[in-house]
Design a binder for this molecule. Structure first.
Ligand SMILES: [Zn+2]
Length: 148
């Protein structure tokens, strides 16, 4: 079985959150974990079914399997819950960078974060990676306690 590419997964999610697409975690939880229909989930988050399936496919690839993706999504939600987007969605397709105070087209949002706010992206990835490590340790501790 394919290994989980944790680094790539966290990079992907961090960039999505900071770039103003933070809703994808909730959307993927509904679609992949809870098994809600793609049409209703896509409608709720105002994306296309094609986009939703694309996000799901990316997460599944990075997780190594669909079963692992289902397990990792709630954990990712937990470790990223207080991370706020830098770029916020406004009217229509117009996004605004809250740091630069300029409008950014939706399709350039992630590139903007990568290019101009690399320090924040790096710090966010570091925070998420550390929290995931803590989560794993805590989980192991629980298993060990229940065995002894
Ligand atoms: Zn900016």
């Amino acid at each position: 079985m394919k290994q989980m590419d944790t680094k790539s997964l966290i990079n992907y999610i961090a960039l999505k959150i900071l770039g103003g697409s933070e809703y994808i975690i909730d959307a993927l939880e509904k679609y992949l974990v809870k098994g809600e229909g793609p049409a209703s989930v896509a409608y709720e988050y105002q994306i296309s079914k094609h986009q939703l399936r694309g996000y799901a496919q990316r997460i599944i690839e990075k997780s190594g399997s669909e079963a692992r993706a289902k397990k990792i999504i709630p954990i990712i939600k937990e470790i990223s819950k207080d991370i706020k987007p830098i770029i916020k969605k406004g009217e229509d397709e117009l996004y605004t960078c809250t740091i630069c105070d300029i409008s950014v087209p939706k399709e350039d949002a992630e590139e903007h974060v990568r290019k101009y706010h690399k320090d924040i992206l790096t710090a966010t990835i570091k925070t998420m990676t550390e929290r995931l490590e803590e989560y794993k340790k805590a989980k192991n501790a629980v298993i060990l306690t229940s065995v002894s």
